[in-house]
Design a protein around this ligand. Structure first.
Ligand code: ZN
Length: 243
């Protein structure tokens, strides 16, 4: 089985389409997503329709919870709060119901999915070795996948040493063995590591590999849609910079 593992699609339809096209040519059969399917971007209904067409196995992120009314926007910055309110007004009843049903943590195969972390799915930015240790304590599967920071990486658990962090770039490949891992596939819809291309991971269970891919997409189209929707221009500008 080949699985496309993605996160933080953020209602960016051109980015999602490009990633799915790339994953299709790699023969993916399943789609897993670690939250923030919507928020920031201008195509929440179209993105959810496309994800659901592929029977996405997903967890909710903070932006999904805000968009479907399960979380207030008090802790969001201004642009994020405005985008969440706009998204809530746009969502079809059916897609709102889909978001409301998403769990915060779920297990897919040998991977635990959570948006921020297992211990705090809505808000934790899992980035340090100390946080990785806490995640491994709660992790009952061999692997876990998180998003939220929009930064692609892999943490390897080590005996008698703190977990080892590796940043993942385009083409980074991890050969899977018995060692436990925490991965972040990076963000499809709003990369923040300085590489503006959409990021995702292809998990090939037969080959026992994880491969990070970066995919060019029509950034101008995503920007035009954001501006036409009246969302903060800064949300369009940052796509260009990948920050
Ligand atoms: Zn996000």
């Amino acid at each position: 089985m080949r699985i496309a593992v993605m996160s933080d699609v953020h209602a960016n339809l051109p980015a999602l389409q490009a990633v799915l096209e790339h994953a299709s040519s790699a023969g993916f059969e399943q789609l897993w997503a670690t939250g923030d399917l919507v928020g920031y971007g201008a195509d929440p209904n179209e993105v959810l329709a496309l994800l659901r067409q592929h029977d996405v196995v997903a967890v909710a992120g903070n932006h999904d919870l805000a968009a479907c009314g399960l979380m207030g926007v008090e802790e969001f910055n201004r642009a994020a709060a405005d985008a969440a309110t706009w998204t809530a007004g746009e969502l079809s009843e059916e897609h709102r119901a889909f978001l409301r049903e998403l769990p915060l943590v779920r297990i897919a195969g040998d991977v635990t999915l959570a948006h921020g972390s297992i211990r705090q799915p809505e808000w934790e930015y899992l980035l340090s070795a100390e946080q990785a240790l806490s995640q491994f304590e709660l992790q009952t599967t061999l692997y876990s996948a998180v998003g939220h920071s929009h930064l692609p990486f892999v943490f390897e658990e080590r005996r008698n040493a703190v977990p080892l962090l590796r940043e993942a770039r385009n083409g980074t490949r991890v050969e899977l063995g018995d060692g436990r891992l925490i991965i972040n596939p990076g963000s499809v819809g709003q990369p923040r590591d300085g590489d503006r291309r959409a990021s995702y991971v292809l998990y090939d269970q037969e080959a026992a590999t994880l491969t990070w891919h970066r995919v060019e997409y029509d950034i101008a189209a995503a920007q035009t849609a954001i501006l036409a929707a009246g969302l903060a221009p800064w949300l369009a500008a940052r796509l260009e910079a990948g920050r």
